[in-house]
Design a binder for this molecule. Structure first.
Ligand SMILES: [Ca+2]
Length: 109
């Protein structure tokens, strides 16, 4: 796969969203060795509180972070790496897209 990076071209909306995902992850993640960056439970909690506050407003349960952490940490190493983090974003996006569809349907009535 070839990634061409042309600084002159404006990134598209989707490309900007992808870049944002990477930037947000690295704002909270730390190097956990061997050039691997990942989130600890505390870092995941901070990220969710600061970056997903609107979507996770209903999550008042303090055990929710532990549950989410457990669900995300698919290789059970105690950290959430970028791949595992993306699955959270994908899951939330799918849930939001369902809400979006419902709103569209309601709007058409
Ligand atoms: Ca992991």
């Amino acid at each position: 796969m070839v990634f061409r990076h042309t600084s002159a071209a404006m990134p598209s909306e989707l490309e900007t969203a992808m870049e944002s995902l990477i930037k947000v992850f690295h704002r909270y993640a730390t190097n956990v060795g061997k050039e691997r960056f990942a989130l600890s439970r505390r870092q995941l909690k901070d990220l969710m509180e600061n970056e997903l506050s609107t979507f996770l407003q209903s999550q008042k349960d303090p055990a929710a972070v532990d549950k989410i952490m457990k669900d995300l940490d698919s290789n059970c190493d105690g950290h959430v790496d970028f791949e595992e983090f993306v699955s959270l974003v994908v899951g939330l996006s799918i849930a939001c897209e369902h809400c979006y569809q419902n709103k569209m349907k309601m709007g058409k009535k």
